[in-house]
Design a protein around this ligand. Structure first.
Ligand code: ATP
Ligand code: ATP
Length: 221
């Protein structure tokens, strides 16, 4: 069952990245038009996705015939073949697709995709690597989830909050998290916070909130 306002989303390139993306969009209830030039890939994914078509996406006419010119959102998930990726984005720009998402595999590739006209450039290897670095070392030091979507996390105080008092930063209002305890770098144990307490660099916080709020707060720097 789909909402009448929902439009198909085309995913071009069914490698590891594109196929995961297409499956996730499908699982979220969206109509996915998957395209790959490789017959074996098309064959393989036909069993898992509703609409899988074989076409060379660098060919503007082929894209037009597939109805891709009428779509609002198209994702170019081709990676290793930078030339095919760029030419596909160019063809989509020529067709007037308003929202082109394109995957880059290097910083230079990302720049080219933007200058050719992709509205959203994603660089999964870089983005995931950076995010993981945050989770591993920067902020989230520990994380406990409770059944009812609640979580408690131990994390480093965000740099942007250093020097402000607990009352000034209004964590509950702004981020939906409540501070349960704090430990300055020169202290050996956690203590409760008071309104006037100043957040010192490299302090450790224990915060509670919904899993989503805690995770979002843990990504602030
Ligand atoms: P991944 O990391 O997602 O596995 P990759 O970077 O290793 O991908 P690519 O060479 O980018 O591999 O190919 C991803 C998919 O895009 C392949 O299935 C390939 O057949 C498809 N593809 C490449 N060029 C085109 C094109 N011009 N038109 C349609 N599909 C294409
Ligand atoms: P990515 O997608 O991150 O670009 P990849 O999957 O294309 O990586 P891999 O073969 O996984 O490429 O290699 C990633 C890196 O890990 C390479 O720099 C490689 O030299 C290194 N590597 C592979 N095997 C070992 C090993 N046994 N010990 C140390 N380094 C390794």
């Amino acid at each position: 069952a789909r909402n009448s306002g929902d439009e198909s989303i085309a995913v071009i390139g069914l490698g590891r990245f594109g196929s995961h993306l297409a499956e996730s969009l499908s699982a979220l209830g969206h109509d996915v038009l998957a395209v790959d030039r490789n017959a074996q890939q098309v064959q393989k994914w036909s069993a898992h996705l509703d609409q899988v078509t074989q076409a060379d996406a660098t060919d503007e006419d082929a894209l037009r015939q597939l109805g891709i010119a009428d779509l609002q959102r198209v994702v170019v998930a081709i990676g290793a073949s930078v030339e095919a990726s760029v030419l596909t984005v160019l063809a989509l720009v020529e067709l007037g697709v308003p929202q082109i998402w394109a995957r880059a595999i290097s910083g230079q590739h990302a720049k080219i995709l933007s200058s050719v006209g992709a509205q959203h450039v994603i660089f999964p290897e870089a983005e995931t690597g950076e995010r993981l670095a945050h989770l591993i070392v920067t902020r989230m030091l520990d994380f406990v989830e409770f059944g009812d979507a609640f979580a408690i996390a131990k994390l480093r105080v965000p740099e942007s909050l250093v020097g402000h008092s607990i009352s000034e930063v209004r964590l509950l209002d702004r981020h939906g998290v409540r501070v349960l305890g704090i430990k300055a770098p020169d202290e050996s144990r956690f203590r409760y916070v008071s309104d006037g307490l100043e957040l010192v660099r490299d302090s450790t916080l224990i915060v509670e909130g919904t899993i989503e709020q805690v995770q979002r707060f843990s990504l602030i720097s």
